[in-house]
Design a protein around this ligand. Structure first.
Ligand code: AMP
Length: 131
């Protein structure tokens, strides 16, 4: 059975898409730690990030860099933090989170509750910053 993230890539489940190429896809995390929290995934269905081929992992990191640069433009922050957990969804993904301090990377923090309009606004800002 396809993972929830493969179903997002296929358009079967809605998302706030940020970027896509032949191999990778980026969209807003639905339970964000901060405005701009984005997930980057390979379209290839692999559970564990570090099981990806070296070349694919490298290309995914370069794709994530483009997204991170846009996040920082759209949501000025100290740095964009990167994390890999993968404890919930068995489809490799990189979390990109705008940080003002170390505490912003604590996944035990309460998540933001954003309205659809707020998510769409976050999406628009990052997509515009990618152009
Ligand atoms: P983890 O696998 O531990 O890295 O956590 C999975 C992440 O995926 C969590 O931050 C969830 O909020 C996020 N997530 C799960 N389902 C969706 C979805 N349908 N759209 C966007 N983000 C999601």
């Amino acid at each position: 059975m396809a993972t929830i993230f493969s179903r997002i890539v296929a358009g079967e489940i809605p998302c706030y898409k940020i970027a896509e190429d032949e191999r990778f896809f980026a969209f807003l995390d639905i339970n964000p730690l901060a405005k701009g929290h984005t997930l980057v995934i390979p379209k290839q269905e692999v559970d564990y990030l570090f099981d990806l081929d070296d070349e694919v992992l490298g290309a995914m990191q370069v794709f994530a860099k483009r997204v991170a640069v846009a996040i920082k433009k759209a949501f000025p922050c100290l740095k964009v933090g990167q994390a890999v957990l993968g404890l919930e969804v068995p489809h490799a993904h990189i979390h990109l989170v705008p940080m003002q301090s170390e505490k912003d990377m604590l996944f035990s923090n309460p998540k933001l509750q954003l309205s659809p309009e707020e998510f769409a606004e976050v999406q628009r800002k990052i997509v515009e910053a990618m152009e």
